[in-house]
Design a binder for this molecule. Structure first.
Ligand code: ADP
Ligand code: ADP
Ligand code: ZN
Length: 213
């Protein structure tokens, strides 16, 4: 099973992707997580990506596509995967489609987690992330069992650099300009499914599980 998660920054793509990954035992691949890991490790890729991420801009397609296609070629992806945060532009979607086409393969579903802009800034200001394992929490809606500590791995939670309100506004603008057109792109391919992302995370997951059944 190959699934793409679509939605604005903060819509809950990562939260849902984690649940799907657990249920179906397939890897959850987040390009944002890959970039953040590289920034932490101080690699050349990390240095390049950071310049864009700090401003809420997209990392260039060429670089992003290369990283992603490399990742999905690994052994653990042979039974499928969930892409969270990729594709974010039409050229990225086309590059993925071309690669899968060469393998006589295709994406099964593009799940659009729909959340209006008004809710996004609130979601982002309460987001806390685990720098070690990538798990995500919300101080009000999805708090960790122990304040400030990751349930999964015990690391101390952080506020992401790019979750500041000014940067979030920029990211939303970029989303509407460059990523939203993918909704129509996948609708035309008949694999788009939209869920109401304003509901509780458990309800959103039930809606997604129904689609995937
Ligand atoms: P969010 O959880 O808000 O959707 P991500 O963690 O997916 O954010 O991405 C954080 C940042 O990483 C983006 O703002 C962008 O700069 C960069 N990024 C992640 N995925 C991509 C992509 N597919 N194309 C270009 N840039 C990306
Ligand atoms: P994305 O990957 O789309 O950027 P996240 O999964 O990181 O989004 O979620 C953004 C923030 O909203 C996080 O703090 C997360 O804990 C919280 N969140 C996710 N889903 C819900 C939900 N259904 N209701 C309320 N808060 C949520
Ligand atoms: Zn963790």
């Amino acid at each position: 099973m190959k699934i793409i998660m679509l939605g604005a920054p903060g819509a809950g793509k990562g939260t849902q992707a984690d649940k799907i990954a657990q249920k179906y035992s397939i890897p959850h691949i987040s390009t944002g997580d890959i970039f953040r890991k590289n920034i932490k490790e101080g690699t050349a890729l990390g240095k390049e990506a950071k310049q864009y991420m700090d401003e809420g801009k997209l990392v260039p397609d060429e670089l992003t596509v290369r990283i992603l296609l490399d990742r999905v070629a690994s052994d653990d992806c042979s039974r499928g995967y969930i892409l969270d945060g990729f594709p974010r532009t039409i050229p990225q979607a086309e590059a993925l489609e071309k690669k899968l086409g060469e393998l006589d393969d295709d994406i099964d579903f593009a799940i659009n987690v729909d959340v209006p802009d008004e809710n996004i800034v609130n979601r982002m200001s309460g987001r806390r992330a685990c720098p070690k394992c990538g798990a995500t929490y919300h101080i009000k809606h999805i708090p960790p069992k122990k304040e400030g500590i990751c349930d999964e791995c015990g690391a101390e939670l952080i506020i992401r650099d790019d979750d500041k309100p000014e940067t979030v506004k920029n990211r939303l603008k970029v989303y509407h300009e460059q990523t939203q057109p993918l909704i129509e792109y996948y609708d035309k391919k008949k694999i788009l499914r939209t869920v109401d992302g304003t509901k509780d995370a458990e309800d959103v997951f039930r809606a997604i599980a129904d689609i995937l059944e």
